[in-house]
Design a protein around this ligand. Structure first.
Ligand code: HEM
Length: 225
């Protein structure tokens, strides 16, 4: 029986928890758009032009959930063929998520209180950042530069997971201050990507230290071992 190490359980449960609300919300929206009951808050952009959001959710939901398994060294080492195959699918899913996200950012007509210039440019940066990171991650693995591959795929995933972090930033704000709007909302949303990028750079830095031969034991415990 395959046994995950304790830090891997932390990664698995933590990232599943982070993905939970955006992914469940996305599944409910997909059901709604296919004639199901209206449960999600009304979104006129999604109602009038549903195709990009359907593509977005079909890409984003499995990217977030299946993507987690790629970062578990025990699974990766035990099933390298599966890692490669699901990696190829995840590249397509990640690109679908980012490109459709960019499309919606630019072409959906947002009222100013839902997307000001800060959030607009934040989303453009994140969408392009995800595409570039996935491309560099793919190029690195084709050149057998495995350590570079891991770093870029981690960055791409962290940018995508901004959706999850946004929930955990917005929720306490809504409960204590009320529904954020305008610049406050833009700042809170953008902050999520900043936090994710900071966290992933920290993980990469720690793994670099772990890569040092003197720190092999620590290496086994890190996310990008
Ligand atoms: C990969 C993880 C992601 C997940 C799980 C996710 C999830 C979602 C969900 C659930 C919605 C709600 C749609 C609705 O109201 O029905 C949404 C909308 C949207 N997402 Fe994402 N998303 C992700 C990544 C991204 C990225 C990287 C961008 C930016 C490039 C982006 C930009 C957008 C935009 C612009 C909307 C439309 C918002 C609106 O109309 O109010 N998303 N996403």
């Amino acid at each position: 029986m395959l046994r995950l190490k304790k830090p891997e359980w932390t990664i698995l449960v933590g990232l599943l928890f982070l993905s939970l609300i955006p992914c469940v919300g996305g599944v409910i929206r997909l059901i709604e758009l296919h004639g199901g009951p209206e449960i999600m808050p009304h979104n006129p952009r999604v109602r009038s032009t549903p195709t990009p959001v359907v593509i977005h959710l079909i890409g984003s939901i499995p990217y977030c959930v299946i993507g987690i398994l790629q970062f578990l060294p025990t699974l990766r080492n035990a099933y390298p063929v599966w890692h490669r195959r699901s990696g190829r699918i995840l590249i397509v899913l990640g690109l679908l998520s980012a490109v459709s996200g960019l499309w919606m950012t630019h072409f959906y007509e947002f009222p100013k209180e839902l997307q000001g210039p800060l959030l607009y440019w934040g989303r453009i940066f994140v969408g392009i950042g995800m595409i570039v990171s996935i491309a560099l991650g793919l190029s690195a693995v084709l050149k057998k530069k495995i350590s570079e591959h891991k770093k870029w795929m981690l960055r791409a995933y962290a940018l995508g997971q901004g959706a999850g972090t946004q929930v955990f930033i917005a929720l306490p704000w809504i409960l204590t201050v009320g529904e954020p709007a305008g610049l406050t909302r833009d700042i809170l949303m953008t902050l999520a990507w900043v936090i994710n990028l900071f966290a992933v750079q920290l993980a990469i830095r720690r793994s670099r230290i772990a890569d040092h031969p003197a720190n092999r034991r620590l290496h086994q415990k890190t996310l990008v071992s």
